[in-house]
Ligand binder design. Structure first.
Ligand SMILES: NC(=O)c1ccc[n+]([C@@H]2O[C@H](COP(=O)([O-])OP(=O)(O)OC[C@H]3O[C@@H](n4cnc5c(N)ncnc54)[C@H](OP(=O)(O)O)[C@@H]3O)[C@@H](O)[C@H]2O)c1
Length: 291
């Protein structure tokens, strides 16, 4: 029996969510474009996640585009009261699948309305501004103007809470002068630990850190050390990778993605996996070079 409450909870704005959540990006078609191969299977994954206690789902209207949000709506609307859906704006997809910056006031406003319509909501729980100075990772540049637009949309009552994605520590500080920031979503996992200092900084202020690609993303994590720790503990490598994140810092919220109910169950069961000190030591060596 899977019990995700073992992983504990954390505050996301005025909501309390289980630390084990779900990332919906992989529900769209290949390359996060177009419809999925098996729509019924995607609906089943979402319904199983919520039935298992997941109350934090990460999405964006630029997944598909529109497709992922429409699947979430079909699977789960009317939404349970305890479900928090976090979306992100700041990018637009090209017809070739490219990810392009969309930071103008018109584009950001349109993106909020697209999310509201496709999710079937009157107000979005949390909206992350996704920085696009470099699509592949955080890069410096002012986010003041787009954040002012998002703060205006919040004042209009369309957005409850604001977060950031793909940002530097300096951008978090800049953003905090404009709005309350409830979460930061950057790439981070066992093998990619550039954000170690930022995670500690956010933990000190009670701000959630939500690592994207917690399992390695499009190329899932592979490492001999990870495989050997998993074998010793009778767990799978993906469960160990998630348990390591849970133990890394209490402000880390997980949103592993999967399009399979089997993988979903496996990932949620990581809530009950406790890594002993010697396993943590071995696992810490994997990402030591990326810091
Ligand atoms: N802010 C951003 O810029 C940004 C960027 C990327 C992603 N995100 C968010 O982060 C979430 C998580 O990222 P992600 O889904 O791309 O990457 P991920 O969670 O690191 O990994 C997902 C990949 O791992 C596979 N997988 C999942 N569970 C598995 C298991 N137990 N065993 C073996 N393989 C497994 C999935 O394939 P199967 O479908 O076959 O299980 C999928 O290919 C996304 O859903 C999205 O919401 C945000």
């Amino acid at each position: 029996m899977i019990d995700i409450s073992h992983a504990g909870t954390f505050k996301l704005g005025d909501r309390t969510v289980n630390r084990l959540g779900y990332g919906a990006m992989q529900l769209a078609g290949p390359g996060v474009m177009g419809p999925p191969k098996d729509r019924q299977a995607t609906l089943a994954v979402l319904r199983e996640a919520v039935a298992s206690g997941v109350n934090h789902i990460d999405t964006s209207d630029f997944y598909g585009p529109h497709v992922t949000n429409q699947i979430i709506r079909e699977a789960l609307h009317p939404y349970p009261r305890e479900l928090t859906i976090v979306t992100k704006i700041g990018a637009l997809r090209g017809t070739d699948g490219s990810w392009n910056k969309a930071f103008s006031a018109e584009q950001l406003t349109q993106a909020v309305h697209d999310n509201l319509r496709n999710l079937g909501l009157d107000v979005l729980d949390v909206v992350n501004l996704r920085a696009m100075f470099d699509v592949h990772g955080p890069a410096e540049g002012s986010i003041e103007a787009p954040l002012q637009t998002l703060a205006d949309l919040q004042r209009q009552g369309l957005v409850r809470h604001i977060g950031l994605s793909n940002v530097t520590s300096k951008q978090v500080a800049e953003a905090r002068r404009i709005a309350t920031i409830v979460c930061v979503q950057n790439q981070y996992n066992l093998a990619h630990r550039a954000d170690d200092a930022l995670i500690d900084e956010l933990a000190a202020t009670g701000t959630a850190y939500v690592p994207f690609f917690p399992l390695g993303g499009f190329s899932p994590l592979q490492s001999d050390e990870l495989a050997s720790v998993a074998a010793q503990l009778g767990a799978t490598p993906m469960q160990v990778a998630l348990a390591w994140l849970l133990q890394r810092s209490p402000n880390i919220l997980l949103i592993p993605g999967t399009s399979s109910v089997g993988h979903l169950r496996e990932n949620l069961a990581a809530a009950s996996l406790r890594l002993p000190a010697d396993a943590l030591q071995t696992l810490n060596r994997i990402g030591a070079t990326s810091r």
